[in-house]
Design a binder for this molecule. Structure first.
Ligand code: NAP
Length: 471
């Protein structure tokens, strides 16, 4: 049993109630968290606004690097805690810890990089003998709200760049997965992070998240989560910067000329990793007619290798989804698709929050399963006539996060890159492929086009000050 407390400016709250954290696999209580109150929320904002003693770049870089080293030393404990609170397979927890280590490493490196530019002003008929310089200044107070599906890495992607930029941040993690977020905060404080630079608050939405979003002196809200909550935040936040990283409905397009082995691997990995709960999971497989029968046969075979079960067993590749209602929802959209003519070729069995990886063929284009985001280990196959058909189907949803295209034909790859209306196009890779400092984020309902990734996020967590001097 893990017992933790919310933190206001580095100090554990005395607690106005507790939150129980349960293991999605068997419902066992695995942790409790002392909750913050409305007064704690106000105190966290006040502490961030009052903070003046920003550590130097060197000190911030050292704090991030010491945190990275501490996380490496406790890798297995963090991975296990992810498995316990999120129900993800232990191997997914380990992968996520590895990604978080990368985020901290890159943030530590980027902290040291100079971010200024210089403009000579004698370059036009209107010019003068001066120079303009830019420098990046921290914000006074940022707020980050994170989802359950990558409980550690999503947090690191907010907190790491904020610290790198010198901006105090208040984090509101998902109440379904608060444990590793609080454990990471403990590592950061132990590594020397001044308390006022980070508060971590769990508590009722009306006492924590909503007042933070509305607070007139909070300068940025960075939110990762569902479209519905993201749009609600956009409607209520008022005059402040917003970074919204929302849901996705990413296609994997498989053309007739694809390397079939690669296509099957990418479809399975993209659909089932992290129990299919990645914003960039493969949520629709658009397969050209010529290759569809053989692709489908091999994907069914491959899917049977994805052992689904107890997240803590080493053999398990697919753990639970986040809770039973989410698994029931997935079961429902599969049934709807079947009623409309689709066929379940393997999987589909549900036990509590556990849903076996499921291949569904002949999925009609207007099924809820593929029109909306299905956040779980489903692999819906839709046949397409040719590349143009695939591109128009891919673009025909409200989402625009990422995409993958499997082809050996360069002109097809180039056309897909030019035509797909989304934040990322990965050729011969899953939509979710990225490195932790590359720009990442979606358009349309998936986001406002403001990217995350360590380098872009540092820009969001700061503003550019311009100054000029005679030269
Ligand atoms: P969610 O239900 O939107 O919750 C996300 C966060 O918002 C949680 O911390 C939640 O707190 C909080 N929240 C709920 N209501 C709020 C309100 N009225 N005001 C402010 N905050 C509020 O999302 P989720 O189910 O945790 O995560 C899954 C979704 O995230 C999927 O749609 C997935 O695609 C998306 N996602 C997107 C990206 C990306 O980069 N584009 C990455 C990962 C996930 P409580 O936990 O207390 O309810």
């Amino acid at each position: 049993m893990i017992t933790l407390r919310s933190f206001v400016a580095g100090t554990p709250v005395s607690g106005s109630g507790t939150l129980d954290v349960v293991h999605p696999y068997d419902g066992a209580r695995v942790g409790t968290v002392a909750l913050a109150s409305r007064a704690d929320t106000d105190a966290a904002v006040a502490a961030a606004l009052a903070f003046r003693d920003t550590p130097s770049r060197f000190q911030r870089s050292e704090i991030l690097d010491r945190t990275r080293a501490a996380l490496e030393a406790r890798r297995e404990e963090f991975a296990r805690t992810i498995a316990l609170e999120a129900g993800l397979a232990l191997r997914e927890g380990r992968y996520e810890v590895g990604r978080t280590i990368d985020v901290l490493r890159f943030a530590s490196i980027e902290t040291l990089r100079d971010d200024g530019q210089i403009f000579s002003c004698d370059i036009s008929a209107q010019g003068k003998s001066r120079k303009i310089f830019t420098t990046r200044e921290p914000l006074r107070c940022a707020v980050a709200i994170t989802p359950f599906n990558h409980p550690l890495n999503q947090v690191a992607h907010k907190v790491g760049p904020a610290i790198a930029a010198g901006t105090p941040i208040i984090l509101k993690p998902s109440e379904k997965t608060p444990l590793v977020a609080l454990m990471l905060a403990e590592l950061l404080y132990a590594a020397g992070l001044p308390g006022p630079m980070l508060s971590v608050l769990l508590g009722p939405t009306a006492e924590v998240a909503e007042p933070l979003v509305r607070h007139p002196e909070v300068e940025l809200v960075a939110f990762t989560g569902s479209v519905a909550v993201g749009k609600r935040i956009a409607a209520t936040a008022g005059y402040k910067k917003l970074v919204l990283e929302l849901g996705g409905n990413d296609p994997l397009i498989v053309l007739d000329d694809a390397d079939l082995d690669l296509a099957v691997t990418l479809a399975a990995e993209g659909s089932y990793r992290n129990s299919g709960q990645r914003c960039t999971a493969v949520k629709r497989i658009l397969v050209q007619e010529g290759i569809a029968p053989e692709f489908t046969r091999r994907l069914v075979e491959r899917t049977r290798e994805y052992v689904c079960g107890n997240p803590l067993d080493e053999a398990t590749r697919v753990g639970t989804v986040i809770d039973e209602p989410s698994a029931v929802y997935l079961e429902t959209v599969v049934r709807e698709a079947v009623a409309a003519g689709a066929r379940v070729l393997t999987g589909g069995e549900r036990r509590g929050a556990l849903l076996a990886p499921t291949v569904i063929a002949d999925v009609p284009r207007d099924c809820r399963m593929v029109v909306c985001e299905s956040f779980g280990p489903l692999a819906p196959i839709l046949r397409v006539k040719d590349l143009d058909d695939a591109l128009s189907l891919a673009n025909g949803t409200a989402y625009g996060l990422s995409s993958g295209v499997v082809t050996t034909h360069l002109p097809s790859a180039l056309k897909a890159i030019r035509t797909l209306r989304c934040g990322t196009v990965n050729i011969n890779e899953v939509p979710g492929f990225r490195v932790e400092n590359s720009p990442f984020g979606g358009i349309k309902d998936s986001g406002l086009g403001i990217k995350e990734g360590v380098i872009e996020a540092m820009k969001a967590y700061s503003y550019v000050k311009t100054f000029s001097m005679p030269w």
